[in-house]
Design a protein around this ligand. Structure first.
Ligand SMILES: CC(C)(COP(=O)(O)OP(=O)(O)OC[C@H]1O[C@@H](n2cnc3c(N)ncnc32)[C@H](O)[C@@H]1OP(=O)(O)O)[C@@H](O)C(=O)NCCC(=O)NCCS
Length: 304
């Protein structure tokens, strides 16, 4: 499977599976996944789909890949159709999203042809940490300090919900979601910066950085460690004060202080303000992931 994915990645210029799918394939995962295999007439493995049906909020999602030498024979369509059948059985609304890493015309043609619509475009942006870093200029009366596990948990969850009120994926994180991540080996409160109002102590914003591929933590990483702008959130009351830029710059300085030479982040292409902020701070597009969403007709699907 991974050899097949590698061959596709080499040909297409974008690796077809996401990191968590690769981790599941290598080490197994706690969440149940559906693996669909397509074999050519000669019995050779020619295509693969990974289907995750555990997200009750967003519905199932799948990643599909066909070997570059075995395309245009209907295998991609057969894999997606089978994934649609599984979605129909596991979700009364039959929802399904397909993730295409890289924005290939073939993926679009296949998905649109089966009644999917282009849904989200997620950009990965990168920036060298050797290039000069902007100053972190904080608004008056605002100070930065690291997150304090335990003491800051509840205030952070409330701030996150306010900052991401329009982005439910991120905004609905609970204490449990936070603590799951605090228990991860990569979690480091020193890289989780909070902006606080000096007078009241109230939290105004945060920049949570993450280091990927740190020595000893993730033996599955085959790349040099890289820093990530993991989540950046500003209280709506503090928008427009320059806090977003200041927090981003401070986090980048922290990452460079850790000896890292590159930073990356994911951002929705539709989040124009965030893309503009990151571009101003020297980030450029690195790769594009597109999700296609199946158009479901709730009444028809529910009455099946
Ligand atoms: C996308 C992908 C899975 C398609 O696999 P495939 O086995 O070649 O797809 P199929 O042969 O079933 O093609 C189904 C239809 O998709 C469309 N299509 C697929 N590739 C196409 C291309 N390069 N150009 C135009 N249309 C294309 C056609 O309408 C095709 O039907 P047709 O052959 O009857 O005209 C394959 O190209 C791939 O692995 N790409 C990299 C990974 C990826 O992007 N995955 C996301 C999938 S949503």
């Amino acid at each position: 499977m991974l050899t097949l994915a590698q061959a596709a990645g080499d040909t297409d210029g974008a690796y077809p599976l996401s990191e968590h799918v690769v981790l599941h394939l290598r080490h197994g995962g706690d969440a149940p996944a559906v693996h669909l295999l397509a074999r050519d007439q000669d019995g050779v493995l020619a295509g693969y789909a990974h289907l995750d049906t555990t997200d009750e909020v967003e519905g199932a999602s799948a990643e599909v890949v066909v070997h570059p030498l075995r395309r245009r024979r209907g295998l991609g369509r057969a894999l997606v159709r089978t994934a649609m059948d599984v979605a129909d059985k596991t979700d009364p609304r039959g929802r399904l999203r397909l993730w295409a890493h890289g924005d290939h015309p073939s993926a679009g043609a296949l998905a649109l042809g089966l009644g999917f619509v282009r849904d989200r475009v997620l950009l990965q942006m990168r920036r060298s940490l050797f290039a000069p870093l902007p100053e972190s200029r904080l608004p008056d009366g605002v100070a930065l300090r690291p997150f304090q596990p335990g003491a800051d948990d509840e205030a952070w969850v409330a701030l996150n919900a306010r900052a991401f009120a329009d982005h439910p994926d991120q905004g609905r994180w609970t204490l449990h979601d936070l603590r799951l991540r605090m228990a991860e080996p990569w979690f480091d409160p020193a890289g989780f910066l909070l902006a606080v109002d000096e007078a009241s102590g109230r939290l105004l914003g945060f920049h949570w950085t993450k280091v990927h591929g740190d020595r000893g933590h993730h033996h599955e990483h085959q790349h040099e460690p890289i820093g990530e702008v993991y989540v950046l959130g500003i209280d709506p009351d503090a928008h427009g004060t320059g806090l977003g830029s200041a927090l981003t710059a401070a986090g980048l300085r922290h990452l460079r202080g850790r000896g890292l030479d590159q930073a990356m982040l994911y951002v929705d292409e539709s989040n124009v303000r965030a893309v503009a902020l990151y571009t101003r701070l020297g980030f450029a597009r690195w790769s594009t992931d597109v999700s296609y969403r199946r158009v479901v007709h709730p009444v028809t699907a529910a009455s099946r």
